[in-house]
Design a protein around this ligand. Structure first.
Ligand code: FVH
Length: 301
């Protein structure tokens, strides 16, 4: 097959390596949109249903890469990307890596691709497999790296989910992805603690859930407040709930956990940071100052 093979409707073709849950959802979206698609998966059996839906199945990753200029990779981790592409000729290819990784892995993979003659864009998928090919679900993918590559394939890349290009630094897609996921896990921690507090009471979780969800939604305004504080450098501007006031409530939070027989282990790290910031004389700020306590020198290597 030739590079950029097109079907009778002129849809650009592409190659997809990786047919796990996410890769299979991506494949189905491109096939449904009429894109000629060549697929490869380490475990060949996973390609069979897609062959029945119109995909060309390659016997090796190298053969799949040879089929099209645009090569999308969605594998388990960065190491599997290196393994899968070890024998492939990437000269002149446009490589889009949708495998979750770190910013450093994205940058290193971009350099690795450049040395092999390929253009490179890294991606971070902000969607689960059922959200792929379903624009109403609100999923999207962060992309960063080679702008020319992204512009050349923008329409094809937009088929499975909306695209958000976040700059030429190939580490920034992963950075955006991991930053959002990290915030999500902080929220999961708060939700777990809140449900633990009510767990042994005569309070139906289903009655409590909308209260909790609405409260968390209202509190997302703090995200924008923190951004304004960080950009202005003034962490006191417009603050209603000062750090001093919030730290005064720490004993009540901890005593409530104790009374309810709930471990405070998810709560104590953030409370300790708040107390440290207050002790350093920042009682009139919001909690934005915690960010300065968290930022360290970068890890080397
Ligand atoms: N699924 C999700 O909800 C999340 C949503 C956000 C983005 N992630 C990331 O997407 C990448 C792929 O995820 P996945 O859901 O497709 O993952 P699996 O179903 O576990 O499939 C893994 C595929 O990787 C292949 N693979 C693993 N190791 C190797 C290797 N050494 N060489 C070649 N291929 C390898 C595996 O092949 P096989 O086990 O079927 O032979 C699957 O194709 C991932 O980065 C998520 O973080 C998904």
């Amino acid at each position: 097959m030739t590079d950029n093979a097109v079907d009778t409707h002129g849809m650009p073709g592409l190659t997809l390596l990786g047919l796990g849950d996410m890769g299979t959802a991506l494949a189905r979206a491109w096939l449904a949109a009429g894109h000629p698609l060549t697929v490869w998966n380490r475990t060949a059996a996973r390609a069979a249903p897609l062959a029945a839906e119109g995909a060309a199945v390659a016997a090796t990753a190298a053969e799949a890469v040879a089929a099209h200029r645009l090569v999308v990779v969605c594998l388990l981790d960065d190491a599997s990307v290196g393994t899968a592409l070890a024998d492939a000729d990437l000269t002149g290819k446009d490589l889009v890596n949708l495998t979750t990784g770190t910013p450093g892995q994205g940058r290193a993979r971009a350099e690795w691709a450049r040395e092999r003659g390929a253009r490179f864009v890294d991606g971070g998928i902000m969607a689960t497999p059922p959200m792929i090919g379903a624009p109403e679900a609100g999923g999207y993918v962060f992309y960063s790296g080679d702008r020319g590559l992204f512009d050349a394939h923008r329409e094809t890349l937009a088929v499975p989910a909306a695209t958000r290009y976040v700059g030429t630094d190939p580490g920034h897609a992963a950075l955006h992805d991991e930053a959002l996921l990290s915030a999500m896990y902080g929220m999961f921690a708060g939700v777990a603690h809140a449900f633990a507090l009510i767990r042994r009471e005569d309070i139906a979780p289903k009655d409590f859930a909308p209260l909790l969800a609405d409260w968390l939604s209202a509190m997302t305004a703090s995200v924008h407040e923190a951004a304004e504080h960080l950009q202005s450098g003034d962490y006191t501007r417009g603050v209603v709930s000062t750090l001093a006031m919030q730290v005064a409530g720490v004993p009540t939070l901890l005593r409530t956990a104790e009374e309810q027989g709930v471990s405070p282990e998810l709560l104590t790290p953030v409370l300790a940071l708040m107390e440290r910031r207050l002790a350093a004389g920042h009682g009139d700020e919001s909690t934005t100052g915690l960010i300065d306590l968290l930022v360290r020198d970068r890890a080397v290597g």
